[in-house]
Design a protein around this ligand. Sequence first.
Ligand code: MCN
Length: 791
Amino acid sequence: MGAIDFAKLPHIGEPLRRKEDYRFLTGAGQYTDDIQLANMQHAVFVRSPHPHANIRSINKAAALAAPGVVGVFDGQDVANDKIAGLPCGWLITSTDGQPMKEPPHPVLAQGKVRYVGDHVAIVIADTVEHAKNAAELVEVDYEPLAAVVDVRDAAKGTALHDIAPDNHCYKWAIGDKAAVDATFAGAAHVTKIDLVNNRLAPNPIEPRACIGNYNRANDEYTLYVANQNPHVERLLMTAFVMGLPEHKVRVIAPDVGGGFGAKIFLYAEDVAVTWAAKKLNCAVKWTCERSEAFLCDAHGRDHVTHAELAMDKDGKFLGFRVHTDANLGAYLSTFSTAVPTILYATLLAGQYTTPQIYVEVDAWFTNTSPVDAYRGAGRPEATYLLERIVSRAAWEMNLSQDEIRRRNFITQFPYQTPVALQYDTGDFNACMDKANELADVAGFAKRRAASEAKGLRRGIGYSSYIEACGLAPSNIAGALGARAGLFECGEVRVHPTGSVTVFTGSHSHGQGHETTFAQVVASRLGIDPSQVDIVHGDTGRVPFGMGTYGSRSISVGGAAIMRALDKIEAKAKKIAAHLLEASDADIDFANGEFTVKGTDKKIAFGQVALTAYVPHNYPLDKLEPGLNETAFYDPTNFTFPGGTYIAEVEVNPETGETRVDRFTAVDDFGTIINPMIVEGQVHGGLVQGIGQALLEHCVYDRETGQLVTGSFMDYAMPRADDVPSFTLGHVCTPCTTNPLGTKGCGEAGAIGSPPAVINAVLDALAPLGVKDIDMPASPSRVWQAIQSAKK
Ligand code: MCN
């Protein structure tokens, strides 16, 4: 688009109200469970009540005879039809020379179950109630085995898979170990930390759901599914599991009520209903129940880490050495291997100039639900570790949390970290300055004194995060051992009337793409956003797509659309040149008008669009009719949003209760398309991050292997009164590697906030002698930490 400054175009930076909200707020949204098909039956899964057991036998007879039942299938039935196991889509390579262990992940258990909730059989009946009643009649004879749920016990536990006798899946390392060790030998001070990153359940409002359908007339399947990346779902299901040609399966992800990463994987249920649809020649619907979701949605986080930070006498970082044990759960979920490696270890430089970094990760199988991407995926774990150890180092070195960070901030860009990434832009000091100002850090001492007068402890916590968004440049992902890079596709179809439909491979499940993508297209074409419709989530309509995760949609999906718009503009200029009797090179396009350079001759975009379809005296020998272009975009680098967050908490030392009193978030998202939507994204992320820091925790009982936090009675989600009114600010250093200048905003809040909150809690409790606390800093944990410090 030549010399046009994208950020200055109309509609860019406008807080337009979300186009999709009318549909959602008036109950017109269509989610998977809303869809009713002819001859539709309902599925319920028989799930393992044991964390680990051999299956001696399964007797389906009573269930098959139950009212309304049309089918009951188990692992043997699936195997008989040569349905393969679920693949791990984004494999990394072990770095210790041993092959990574990739055990089979059957759609329905074959001979063994490996976590509570593992799929044993599918029961299909005319109603959900009939299917549920029949599921209780399936007789499964289990031989229970010892279970291991904590990653620290994994090596000693009974093997889950024959190919991994010690439950070890892979070792992965990055950095120069010898150089880092040498740095530590000469350090003036070493700060050490041991911490746990707590396991989380994703809990989107809409639980997972899917409907498989089969059309005998043309041998085609349709899968409706609450999913964030339908094309990848189709590719994995056809090529790796069902052995079908891709064009015979259409995947439709209609309105999706939140995903937070948990809906980017190919799940067993999706395959089972699709396969059963042909078997029974009917549509088969499954909708997950909330308690079931706790058991069988992929969980997030679950790391145990020891780390050491070497410094000189002035608190300048010299070296960072990290060992992490990552819990993968019972099987490898679709992207699981990338999370504790590429998406974690490469972010451990953070905002700092640490010259030497070495990170080693051991990944383990345990008898728990598979662990995979959850909002931030790897980057929250990196930020939590780094920002905790940096604040601890500040306290040990008698520096303020602000000062130690500033002494180590990267200030020159581009900056090559020792752990593979090259940051293109950022201004970390500016974010810190703005955060200090908005948080009124100057007034903290007064507020602390006021809290103390009430018998409460007040603390302040900092976190300066950076993340890699816009997953994932093929060149970088490939170099780090991933099997594939993740480009995006966009098709722009200009209609004869000048209105536009855009088909994007990105998927919106709450992020407002129908509005922001329309703003991008409207600004480029000089039309109103209401004239642009965005289509996503349907492999039958969108040419291709890699879906939405890793805050990639505007920067990768939007960039693909920009490329298609470049092609549209180039072709439209030719049509305009013909109509204006000028040469193509003399045509300018701006504000929806084509003009001939140096003249007052002009023609509107709408007229050019009409001419493309209603050619009149049109140079058909040189130009095809139509105005419809598709482009693919593979980014050359990630985008690197960053910022500084400051939390202020008040802790009641009598009860251990923590209240987040103030929270300031200053982010750099580059060019912002829609500030209102971005603000909403940050708010959502902050609430999830504060939830992780203070409330949320998936707990498996170490003795029984049962999930003891399997409902909202035991798993504490943050509610409105758990969070303060947030103060937000922005710094803008546009991304240099995409044409929009945008950096992703969808995960920042969840990434930056947990260490800010925990650092604030530790700052509050420091006078009581408390030096450490793990998330979630629940009242009982805080109270116990205070009591232990007294001893
Ligand atoms: N945006 C903008 N200007 C920018 C950056 C983004 O206006 N500089 C806009 C985008 O156009 C888009 C929204 O902000 O409308 C988020 O964009 P982006 O950061 O590209 O993130 P994605 O659209 O790729 O969304 C994914 C991200 C992730 S990874 C998770 S997890 C997450 C999240 O977004 N899950 C969500 N936000 C969520 N919000 C809701 N409501 N539900 C989820 O499941």
